[in-house]
Design a protein. Structure first.
Length: 716
């Protein structure tokens, strides 16, 4: 203790000595600034730095800045954001049993887009056809075929259920379509309706029973060209027993219709081509409840109509059936239509790849829909769809550069090749380029039956036996051979008057019938190709009738067509020509491989005179001249009809009169004073009304120069 006191005293003494010593400097003052930092300031600075880092899209930097300023989001050493998982909703399950054994997924539907180019239509005409889909609500199809009349003219005979007529060209406006019993008059109709066909429009008329009896329902179609890989689909709900449904295509992830009810028409819709499964889902179900699933195969660039119909029997458990038919497909100007016929009995069903369009399961003896292909050509690949699917060959279709081929539909016949050939098939193309007729139908035979001798096409009119001029009964018409074709070739087109004919094919030199068709209605101006192909059974043959995509018949023309009158007169005179019989030498058939002699068909000679055109003479005739008057002499005009005479390009007549009873015309004409010097044209037109005969003749005369004195014409 004493020691400590001594130390303190010593320290005080030293300090006093230092203070007393004036020579030691005073130390400078030392200032220490202490600033207290609040947590709010650090937080604000950290937030500013975090926002800057977020703008730089660096989430890790943001977390690091926050952590470096003393704030961590998690108690871990690594500043990481842990996402919180969302809770998936649980689908309720009901104890009520459904028709399906398990619930199906809820599809996500994509919108149906279109890349269809602009439509190519002819506004001068419209097109109409009939489709027989007549099914009773109890599911029983109609067993009675019908005749079809358009504007009181029969266009098709005995159209059964599931069949349809071709498209017929008609004048735009109101068109009456009538169904009648087979071979009955149109006045005893089963059903009739008037359809408004727009200019350039297409209408399919369907026979349906929606629960109140069979009626005719028009279904408009879209004929704009389709893009490659696309197909067009129209859905008609004609099943009275089917409740409201949604129609989905799960394999394409599309919804085609919502809340579809009886009588609804959906479409036309553009859908992807190929295999298409259509599910009918109950609208009233909470979950997806599929009550029917219908698989289809849609051909690319082809229109289809799908009709939902009652099932044949409720005992089968089906709620609906469906009828799928192809429709008219629009084409651009540089495309033509082609149908392909499978005549390959040694291969079976085929898959056709025409360009990028695919046709599946084309059976032997069947014909494909009309497929649009470029005039410059496209590729064809054939795949055998048997147990071992394999590619059997490829070819190039076209180009079709000839003028007669560039605008006509084509028939492609697939025939077996010789054993030593590279491919097992040979394609043969035929153009449907028959000469157009105003009063006759054009008929042709195409031979596609392997191993057969030349074949004859025979027809027989279906009409009752009449009486001759003396009142004696005449025999009913018999079979007549009109065309013969070798294998893989076609006969020429033959013209026949439009009526109902029975058609069959026989071996040349015999009456052995290979195939026969029910009686067919031929129309004036129609084109009909009859193709003989192998049948379903080995060694059998069948006969197909192939028409152009659109039958351009005389439904749109009146009876006063001059071409029709000329053809009728010529045909009548030819029919009145004396018959000459040619003796054909025949021989007994022997069981040798030698070929049967080809029988000769000597055609009837014709004494039809040359058609006499109207003749018109003017006096004075060039090179002589006139000043104010000319005289006309005409002949071969239609008697007792009114004529009008016009000058040059003027439509105003300078003289109106009537043709004499003998078809002559005599007239003296005073010419207008203002005619210029030189050559002028004069026109005589007989019956120039709308849809009139419009028989015209022309002549020329020369107006003289009044200042020049005419000179005498030198005599020979």
């Amino acid at each position: 203790m004493k020691l400590k006191s001594f130390s303190y005293l010593l320290l005080v003494f030293v300090l006093l000595l230092a203070a007393c010593d004036s020579q030691l400097p005073t130390p400078p003052p030392i200032v220490i600034n202490i600033t207290a930092v609040e947590n709010s300031t650090a937080l604000a600075q950290a937030i500013d730095e975090a926002l800057v880092a977020t703008e730089q899209a660096n989430a890790h930097l943001t977390e690091t800045v926050i952590a470096n300023n003393g704030m961590t989001l998690t108690p871990s050493s690594t500043p990481t954001i842990t996402p919180t998982p969302t809770i998936s909703p649980t689908r309720p399950i009901t104890a009520t049993p459904t028709l399906t054994p398990s619930t199906t997924f809820t599809p996500t539907y994509n919108p149906i887009l279109t890349n269809t180019p602009a439509a190519v239509t002819n506004p001068s005409f419209g097109w109409i056809r009939f489709l027989n889909s007549w099914v009773n609500p109890n599911g029983q199809t109609s067993k009675t075929p019908v005749d079809v009349f358009i504007n009181e003219e029969r266009v098709a005979r005995s159209v059964a259920y599931g069949e349809h007529t071709n498209y017929y060209q008609v004048a735009p406006g109101a068109v009456r379509i009538t169904l009648g019993a087979v071979d009955a008059q149109s006045s005893t109709s089963i059903a009739t309706t008037v359809v408004n066909v727009a200019a350039g429009g297409v209408v399919s008329v369907l026979a349906l029973d929606l629960g109140e009896g069979m009626e005719l329902y028009p279904v408009p179609e879209d004929v704009s060209p389709l893009a490659v890989g696309a197909s067009r689909l129209t859905i008609v709900q004609a099943n009275p027993g089917l409740q409201a449904v949604n129609i989905d295509a799960p394999n394409k992830r599309l919804r085609l219709a919502s809340n579809l009810k009886i009588g609804d028409i959906i479409g036309p819709l553009e859908v992807p081509a190929g295999e298409l499964t259509i599910d009918l889902n109950r609208v009233s179900a909470i979950n997806v409840n599929t009550i029917a699933s219908l698989p289809f195969d849609l051909t690319g660039q082809v229109s289809h109509i799908l009709i939902l119909l009652p099932p044949a029997s409720q005992a089968t458990g089906l709620v609906t059936t469906a009828l799928l038919q192809t429709g008219l497909t629009g084409r651009i100007k540089s495309d033509i239509g082609i149908r392909i016929v499978n005549a390959l009995p040694n291969i079976g069903n085929l898959q056709l790849i025409v360009g990028q369009t695919v046709v599946n399961n084309l059976a032997v003896g069947n014909i494909s829909p009309s497929i649009p292909i470029p005039v410059l050509g496209t590729s064809l690949i054939l795949v055998a769809q048997s147990e071992n699917t394999n590619n059997i060959g490829s070819n190039l279709l076209g180009p079709y550069t000839k003028e007669t081929e560039a605008t006509s539909d084509k028939i492609l016949l697939l025939l077996p090749s010789a054993p030593q050939a590279d491919t097992p098939y040979t394609p043969v193309t035929f153009a449907q380029n028959a000469p157009r007729s105003a009063i006759n139908a054009n008929i042709r035979l195409i031979h596609g039956f392997p191993g057969a001798v030349p074949l004859n096409l025979q027809i027989k009119p279906i009409r009752p036996a009449g009486v001759d001029a003396n009142g004696q009964p005449q025999e009913a018409p018999g079979w007549a051979s009109i065309g013969q074709a070798e294998y893989a070739t076609a006969s020429a087109y033959f013209s026949r008057s439009p009526e109902v004919y029975a058609v069959r094919v026989v071996q040349a030199g015999s009456q052995t019938v290979l195939a026969e068709l029910p009686p067919q209605q031929f129309l004036a101006g129609g084109v009909y190709d009859f193709v003989v192909t192998p049948g379903v059974q080995t060694g059998s043959a069948q006969l197909l009738m192939v028409e152009p995509t659109v039958q351009i018949t005389q439904l749109v023309q009146g009876s006063g067509n001059p071409t029709a009158v000329y053809e009728a007169v010529s045909g009548t005179l030819t029919a009145l020509a004396p018959v000459q019989v040619a003796v054909t030498i025949t021989q007994t058939f022997t069981p040798t491989p030698s070929r049967t002699p080809i029988p000769t068909n000597t055609p009837r000679p014709t004494n039809t005179p040359e058609y006499r055109l109207p003749l018109l003479l003017v006096n004075p005739a060039p090179p002589q001249t006139t000043l104010n008057t000319i005289n006309l002499v005409g002949e071969n005009f239609q008697p007792k009809l009114q004529y009008a005479i016009t000058l040059d390009s003027s439509n105003a007549p300078i003289l109106i009169g009537q043709i004499n009873d003998d078809g002559t015309l005599l007239a003296s004409i005073s010419l207008p004073e203002n005619l210029s010097i030189g050559i002028h044209s004069l026109r005589v037109c007989v019956d120039c009304r709308a849809r009139g005969l419009q028989q015209a003749a022309y002549a020329q005369f020369i107006i003289a120069d009044p200042r020049v004195t005419p000179t005498a014409t030198a005599q020979p």
